[in-house]
Write a protein that binds this ligand. Structure first.
Ligand SMILES: [Zn+2]
Length: 298
C-alpha cells in the first residue's frame, strides 16, 4: 500500500461515464471517458471494469444522477438514467473488486466536491456550486464542507420561481430548472424562433447572446435573471457570496452574467449583489469524478 494513497472516482452522466485516478494531493494520474450503456446490468459491469482498470483498491467514490441512498449504496430515483434505479451498485462494486467501501454521492454534489478540492471553489468557506446543464443541480458548501442537510440540501434547481410556470421533472411547476437550464433556454429560444437561421441552436444562441442588444442577448438576459432570482434565495437564506457555475450551459456564462446579477439584485435585499462573486467552474466535466474520488479513503 502506498504511503500516500491514490483515489479512484467515477461519475455517471447522461451519455458518458467519466472516471479517473488521482493522487492524494490532487494530481490526475489517469482519466477515462466511456459511453454509458443503456442496460442496467451492462452499466454495472462497465463501472466494475473501469474501476478495475484504474486500479481501485480499498474504496472508490461514485457520482450518480438522482436520489441516492448512501447507506444502502444505490440510486432510488433517476429520471434521466432509469437503468440505475435499485441496482445495488455499492455491493456490486465492493464484491467484484474486494473493496472495503464504495461511497455514493449525487452528481451535482460530487461536482461541488471536485470544485471545492481543486477548482473554482477551492478555499471558499461558503459557496453554492451550480451545475447548469440539461437540468440544474446544486452542491452546497458550508464551513468548507459539503452540506447535505437531511440528505437533499442544495437542490437549487427545484426552487420555485414561477408557480404558474412549466411543469418540472419533480412534479412541481416553474422550478428554476424549467426556466434557466440548457433545456429551458432552448425551449425559450424556440418559442421566439431564435436564432433565426438555426432555431434552438444553443451554441449559436450563446455566441450571438454576447451582444446584449441582439434578440439572443435579450433572451439570455431574461434566462440569466431567472437564474439570479433562484440564486438570490441562497443569498437571503444563507448569506452566500460565492457561486460557482459549471455544466455544459456554463459556456454561455458571459452572456448570462448581467442577467444573473440583475436577478440577484431583484431578489436579495439591499445591495447584497455587490458582495456576490459569480465564478466559472474550472474542472469542466472532470469535476464529478474528481469530487467522487475525494470521498474515497475518507
Ligand atoms: Zn422541480
Amino acid at each position: 500500500m502506498p504511503s500516500l494513497p491514490e483515489r479512484v472516482g467515477l461519475d455517471v452522466g447522461g451519455t458518458r461515464l467519466k472516471a479517473g485516478r488521482i493522487s492524494f494531493d490532487g494530481r490526475v494520474l489517469d482519466e477515462r471517458s466511456v459511453a454509458v450503456p443503456a442496460d442496467g446490468k451492462e452499466l454495472a459491469d462497465t463501472l466494475v471494469a473501469v474501476a478495475r482498470e484504474l486500479g481501485a483498491e480499498h474504496s472508490v467514490g461514485l457520482g450518480l444522477p438522482g436520489l441516492i441512498d448512501r447507506e444502502r449504496g444505490l440510486v432510488l430515483d433517476s429520471p434521466n438514467i432509469p437503468q440505475l434505479e435499485e441496482l445495488p451498485l455499492g455491493e456490486l462494486l465492493s464484491g467484484a473488486l474486494g473493496l472495503e467501501s464504495v461511497h455514493l454521492e449525487n452528481d451535482a454534489n460530487a461536482a461541488a466536491l471536485g470544485e471545492l478540492w481543486l477548482g473554482a471553489a477551492r478555499g471558499a468557506e461558503h459557496a453554492l456550486v451550480v451545475t447548469l446543464g440539461t437540468g440544474i443541480g446544486g452542491g452546497l458548501v458550508l464551513d468548507g464542507e459539503l452540506f447535505l442537510g437531511a440528505g437533499l440540501a442544495g437542490e437549487i434547481g427545484h426552487v420555485r420561481i414561477d408557480p404558474a410556470g412549466p411543469i418540472c421533472g419533480c412534479g412541481g411547476h416553474g422550478c428554476l430548472e424549467t426556466l434557466a437550464s440548457a433545456t429551458a433556454a432552448r425551449r425559450r429560444a424556440l418559442e421566439r424562433g431564435l436564432p433565426e437561421d438555426d432555431p434552438g441552436n444553443l451554441e449559436l444562441l450563446a455566441e450571438r447572446g454576447r451582444d446584449p442588444a441582439s434578440p439572443e442577448g435579450e433572451l439570455l438576459f431574461e434566462v440569466g435573471r431567472d437564474l439570479g432570482i433562484g440564486l438570490s434565495t441562497a443569498v437571503c437564506l444563507l448569506d452566500l457570496r460565492t457561486f460557482v457555475i459549471g455544466g455544459g450551459f456554463a459556456a454561455a456564462l458571459d452572456a448570462l452574467g448581467p442577467g444573473i446579477r440583475a436577478g440577484i439584485r431583484a431578489g436579495a435585499y439591499g445591495d447584497r449583489v455587490d458582495l456576490v462573486r459569480i465564478l466559472p467552474a474550472t474542472l469542466g466535466s472532470s469535476a464529478g469524478w474528481i469530487g467522487a474520488a475525494s470521498l474515497a479513503l475518507r
